[in-house]
Design a protein around this ligand. Structure first.
Ligand SMILES: CCC[C@@H](CC(=O)O)C(=O)C(=O)O
Ligand SMILES: [Zn+2]
Length: 324
């Protein structure tokens, strides 16, 4: 990757540890829900050949979700909620196209400043060669991890094909994630769940639930003063690396400029449902549990008031002059 393509952000960063699949420390970190880059897993080694030509030949005739953006940011939004919310402006456009059409869109990007990002759950419409490659993922290792950490079922594998420069802005997911990098390089900037107060997520009922309101490239310190206190940990993942993104950990993922061609990055993620609640809740609550409680309060109040826009007013009445 081209090291001077690294965006400068107004905060110092720690480095995410980079450990071997054979190192016991790797599993200690995962057990503690801490991020770690795991090398030599061969988790998606069979996908090392997934370049655009091979994918064009073998992905099949199915349709793929491809997002376009007039900026380089691909902020996720819930399209059903977006339709309900008249004032909401979609940050990206979603298209349902064939792979050849995606390749055409990619080509057009070189002469417009539009960016594209294919984000498609791997399903049974793919060709037999892709199915074979998928079956040759290192399921033995990843299933052992799932069992060892008590994770729930694998909910999906998302195929991500992005253009260099693409950014998935900072957000958290409610699933455990083994993020496998296949080609190209991605900068992964992570923030622990206890930094919730610094990252000001949209309201739970908003189309951009779980997404931070803070634009890392242009933070609005008046609206989001605590953003000054963020302490990220980051790393650059390359082909063969697997990044463990623990559930509720905030992350921003940036596709880096690569000197060579093609200017695309390819990744596959493995989203797992979280582990079951412990029989006995220990106190103090973990940061993840605190986020989950806040989410449930917002959901309950939005339902009780039958209007998400009234939640802020009621919470202020509860807090101001009483819990401050
Ligand atoms: C839609 C998912 C995008 C991905 C980040 C990226 O590779 O751009 C991510 O956020 C995740 O795997 O959780
Ligand atoms: Zn994510």
């Amino acid at each position: 990757f081209d090291s001077n393509s690294i965006n400068k952000y107004p905060f110092p960063s720690e480095q995410i540890p980079r450990l071997s699949v054979a190192d016991p420390e790797t599993y200690r970190l995962i057990k503690e829900s801490k991020p770690v880059i795991i090398t030599d897993t061969n988790l998606v080694g069979s996908a090392a050949k997934w370049d655009l030509n091979y994918l064009h030949e073998n992905l099949g005739k199915g349709l793929f979700y491809v997002y376009t953006s007039n900026t380089n940011k691909f902020k996720y939004y819930n399209s059903n909620r977006a339709e309900q919310c008249k004032s909401f402006v979609n940050p990206t456009e979603r298209h349902h196209v064939t792979f050849p059409q995606f390749l055409q869109m990619l080509k057009r990007c070189s002469c417009t400043d539009e960016k594209v990002y294919l984000q498609q759950i791997l399903n049974d419409t793919v060709g037999t060669n892709i199915v074979d490659d998928f079956l040759q993922f290192n399921w033995d290792w990843v299933n052992k991890c799932k069992a060892a950490f008590g994770w729930g079922q694998l909910s999906s594998n998302l195929l991500l094909i992005g253009l260099e420069g693409n950014i998935t802005p900072v957000h958290y997911d409610e699933q455990e994630n083994f993020f496998a990098q296949i080609s190209g390089y991605k900068r992964c900037i992570l923030f622990s769940p206890d930094q919730f107060d610094c990252l000001y997520p949209h309201p739970v009922a908003h189309p951009c639930d779980r997404q931070s309101q803070v634009d890392l490239s242009n933070p609005d310190y008046k609206r989001f003063p605590k953003f000054r206190n963020v302490r990220p940990t980051e790393a650059i993942v390359g082909p063969g690396d697997v990044l463990y993104i623990p559930m509720y950990w905030w992350h921003q993922i940036e596709s880096l400029l690569s000197r060579g061609l093609p200017p695309v990055t390819v990744s596959v993620n493995f989203w797992y449902k979280g582990s079951a609640l412990p029989d006995k809740i220990e106190y103090p609550l973990t940061p993840q549990q605190r986020v989950s409680v806040m989410r449930n309060v917002e959901k309950m109040l939005a339902a009780a008031l039958d209007d998400p826009d009234k939640v802020g007013g009621l919470l202020r009445s509860i807090v101001e002059g009483r819990y401050t």
